[in-house]
Design a protein around this ligand. Structure first.
Ligand SMILES: [Fe+2]
Length: 246
């Protein structure tokens, strides 16, 4: 599923028509997020569609884990922006149909730090920073960029890592076809306690079993930005209001 220009136009319309006495203060925030989504979509529509699904999966996992509504909303927004650093990856690498060389992989693995550099100067984006910087850290400490381990990795990053891996496996990539749901779940189980936080894997399984998450292609009717935009806008309000009272 690719995010479309129409979806982003709808986001823009909603953003511009938010009626609120503090709308002037929110305008820069919404403009920044809109700009990021547009840049990501223009750069790589596949990455943008992936971001949308990771947003949904991360929110579903957070709900199963009993996270509070504001944390679930952060997962929605964080999932949407987690790969924003891929804006800085060369086309020849991002679209490469074959396996990456060690040098190319090293370049790709810079995207969390590139993304963090993009948002780090924006105060209201600070709650989203762990999604961007740490979604490739691993429970066993063998991830990147900082090789953090276990609960030293923020819960929101551990949630995002599971959603990210699930979508990576259940989506077609330039170098391989979409994996089956059974295979993808077996890979998540195999990574439980090594690559992934066990409780986050378990929560994803619960979300699938209860129908909260439907793997592609069955997720099509849910994988639409129009379902995410209202919550995203409310998340933006919350984040900016929180930063304005600090
Ligand atoms: Fe990533």
């Amino acid at each position: 599923m690719l995010i479309g220009i129409d979806d982003i136009e709808r986001f823009t319309w909603i953003a511009r028509n938010v009626r609120h006495r503090r709308s002037r203060r929110r305008a820069p925030l919404i403009a920044v997020v809109e700009m990021m989504l547009r840049a990501l979509e223009a750069r790589d529509p596949h990455t943008c569609g992936h971001a949308l699904r990771v947003s949904q999966y991360s929110a579903a996992v957070a709900i199963v884990l009993g996270e509070k509504p504001h944390a679930v909303d952060e997962c929605r927004l964080g999932g949407l922006l987690h790969d924003i650093g891929k804006i800085g990856i060369l086309d020849s690498i991002l679209q490469k149909p074959g396996q990456l060389s060690a040098q190319e992989r090293h370049h790709v693995e810079k995207h969390p730090e590139v993304g963090a550099a993009i948002v780090q100067g924006i105060p209201f984006m600070q709650p989203i920073l762990p999604f961007i910087l740490c979604h490739h850290e691993r429970w066993d400490g063998k991830g990147y960029p900082a090789k953090l381990q276990g609960r030293d990795i923020a819960l929101k990053s551990r949630i995002c890592a599971v959603g990210d891996a699930f979508d990576a496996m259940t989506s077609a990539r330039p170098y391989r076809p979409q994996q089956t749901l059974d295979f993808s779940l077996s890979q998540l189980s195999a990574g439980r306690g090594t690559q992934f936080d066990p409780q986050c894997v378990d929560a994803l399984f619960v979300a699938i079993e209860t129908g909260t998450i439907q793997a592609p292609p069955f997720a099509k009717e849910h994988a639409n930005l129009s379902h995410t935009i209202p919550t995203t806008v409310s998340t933006l309000r919350m984040l900016q209001d929180a930063s304005s009272t600090e």
